[in-house]
Structure formats: C-alpha cells, structure tokens
Design a protein around this ligand. Sequence first.
Ligand SMILES: [Mn+2]
Length: 521
Amino acid sequence: MSERLSAYRAKRDFDRTPEPDGAGGSVKAAEHLRFVVHKHDARRLHYDLRLELGGVFHSWAVTRGPSLDPAEKRLAVEVEEHPLEYGDFEGTIPKGEYGGGTVMIWDRGYWAPEGNTNPVKALKNGELKFVLAGSKLAGSWVLVRLKPREGEKRTNWLLIKHRDRWATPGRDTILDKARSVASGRAMSTIAKGEGRAPAPFMIEGMPFGAAAKWHSGSSVSLSGPSRSVVLPRLTNPDRVLWPEAGLTKHDLAEYLCEVAPWMVDHFVGRPCSFVRAPDGIDKETFFQRHPMRGQPASVSSVTIDDEREPYMSLDEAQAIVDVAQISVVEFHLWNCAPSDPDVPGRLVFDLDPAPDIEFGGVIDAARHLRDRLQDLGLVAFCMTTGGKGLHVVAPLEPDKEMNWEQAKLFAQTVSAQMSEDNPNRFVINMSKRVRKGRIFLDYLRNDFAATAVAPLSPRARPEAFVAMPLTWGQVRKGLDPSRFTLETAAKLLEKSKAWHDYAKSTRSLKPAIARLLDVGR
Ligand SMILES: [Mn+2]
C-alpha cells in the first residue's frame, strides 16, 4: 500500500463507505496522465479536480467549480491525494461519513503539463500550467498556489483558464452540463442509486478509443470526434526524422497537436495507412496498412467484411497526435463514406505532371477539372500533395446504392473527356512515354481500399512539405507548394478558410452520373 495514501485512508471507514480503499494494484500507469473532475454534493456542493501524477491523484476541491472564463479565478483547496481507483468512483457516501453525499464523475480524460515543465517541481513551486483533454474541459489551464494567510491551515490555490480557443471570455455555462460523463446520470439519479452504472475508465487496458466512443453514445457528449489533444509522452523525442530540415519526432508531435483538431473530421470512420520512418526519412521507411504491436492505444482497429486482417482508423484528434510516437510521417486515407468502406465518400483526382511540366499547368488543370465537376453538380476542393501535383477532391453524400464501380467509372469518364478535349495537355494512360509534356489524370484512387494522402499529412520528403488544403483563391498563378511545410503549415492554416465548407458540400453522385451520361450522349 502506498504511504502517500495514508491521509486518504485515515479519513475513511471502508466498512461504511463504498469508496475504494486504495489497496491498489488494479489501475496501472497509462500512456497519458488521466484526470477526473468529481461533482460532489457534500455539506457544500463543490467540484474535485484530480490530476494523476506519481501513481496517485493530486486533488483540489474547487468550491465554485471550474470556469471557462479566463477572468474567473476559482478557489481550489488542496486536499489529500486519492488512489487512482477513485477515478471510477461514482455513488453515494453515507451521511455522517467523511465527505458524506453524492459523487458524480462530471468529467474525465487526459492531461499533460505544458511545454517541458516537470509537473512535480511545478507543483512544489506553486504554479502548474497544464492542458486538459476531457469531454467538458479542454485546453490550457493554470493552478497557482496562494501565499498562506496567518493561521491558515489549508493550502489554497487558484484554478484559472488560459485564453485559447476553448476559453469563453465573459460568459461561462460549462457547469450547466450537469450529467455524468461516465453514466449519463443526473445527480438525483445517482443519489437514488438508479440508472446505469458508470463505464470504467481507469482500469488497466481500457482503450482510449473505447472510452471516447462510449461518450459519443451518451447524452452528454459533444457531437463529433473529440478535438482536444495533449502532447503524448515520446521516447527519443530528439530523434531526427527529417535530417535536411532538421526536424525531430518532437517537432512532428507538436505539428500534429496543432493540426489534428482540423484533420480529424476527415479521418473518422475511414481506414488509415501510415508511412513510418523509425530512423528518419533517409533511412528505411515502410507502408503500414494493418495494426501492429506497440502502437498507441488510441488507434482503433476496424474489421472490414471478408478481410482477415483488421485495418486502422484514427477517430479522435488525440490518436492522430499519438502516432508521432511510432514515427508516422505520412497518413493515407481510404476515400469511403465514414464507417462504410463499400460506399464512396469522396472522389479524388490526382493531377500528376510529367517532370517537364511547369506548375502553372497543374494549376490550370485543377481549375479546369473543378469547372467540369461543378457542371456535373459536385463541389470541388483543392490541396497540394506535398509533391509536384495537386489533388482535386469532391465530397459525396453517402448513398448505399452507390458503389466503387460507379464512382470509378464516373471519375474515369470525367478524366477521359478532359483528355479527349485536350489531348496535348492531359493523359489518363499511366505509361511514361505517353505522359511526356502532359499531366496524368489519375482517377484510380476512386476504388475500394484505394488511398489518397490525407489533408495536412506531412510527407517523407527532405523539405518536410505537407499536403495543404487550399481555397480556390489560392489556386492561381504564383501558388508555391513549397511554402507549406511542417514548420509553416499550422500558422498558415489558422488564417485560412480552406475547406471550411467541406462538410456542407457533399453532393449525391447519382444525379452527377445522370448528367455525365446526358452530356456524353
Ligand atoms: Mn470532495
């Protein structure tokens, strides 16, 4: 039994309270440090913030609860350390016992100290800056210890939200989210001992993905994938992955932290393959389609009908960040509808220029293809590939009656028409001889299990280019794909409106096919 929990145990009679005794062992260290916020209706209602560190939960009773308004400084009274098992506790402590009253798992998730700070030292010094990735609380926070007042027995801290995209200056309604993230129950239901039991989170082997999925099925969840991320613990963070650009595994993880919340919508429910470069892109790299041992727990496994081996999918922003640990330097996505590998979810045209073609020609080709797709009723988006070409992407409305045969034939026909109308500029034949001086319209990504590089994916190229989503305003003379690198892309993305209306732009393939046939007749 941990010495550290003696204060916790001394206060409680485990014959009377349902709380865990902290005898321990059942909760192991996880890939990320975990946090829990308990809503505790004791003599006075308060919220207990618990941060995992050193095998226990450091705990603070936040009397008025956390606030997303950076102007609100919430008193957080340091209390005794709690066992990790406590993270799954939801129920009622009998009246008359220590802390008697109802306890709800109000929020939970992962946390990390900001930057390279040592959290133990930071706490000792009285100022801990940290980030939370929970269901309700996210982003950057600080705990600051107050100077003890004369005769003050308690250690008081302030809990303050930093200004970031999760802050809501001037207003705060976070405490209105009043249901348990673990059981979906209201306080009154927990008090009565009714409703469903809380889904566990702390027990060994609980995969991140499963916990996150459970949230999405409950009434308390935010819709869509979780976007909040923390920097994972990395082994060999200083390992150089892009020697020419001087970029390390840590740099990769930081880049992914910035862009994963944007990327994740394109990843949810689609199998994803990796290019991995364990010793850097100038050493041996490999393409990975199936799960492997030692991968982060946040990577989901998907089984596709009739296929023996499962595929991987990254359904939370955190999963995209976590694979930095295994040196994933490229992400390649299936183009299916989310969670439906047999149904086309987008068309991807890869405009691949012969070496003697100027980039201006590729730009013209992309705009030309956009106009053709628009005439057929589809909405087109453009991105750089991190290489010589451009991708033109048309999001499709999922339709169970559409299959890959139809999608491929459609893409092939559009490409063939383009090439027939401009035989000197475009080819749809892959052979190099024919390609000279022309742009190859590669429609073959539009097939079952075919992949295309994901938007914002880094590339295993010396300059660390990334595949950058563009506005059509950017797709014009002067566009320079080499501007978009692991070092520059996140900042540029912040200012960009590229692909903002992607989700609203899905169109049905069926009428597009009808129009194409009409035009061809
Ligand atoms: Mn409490």
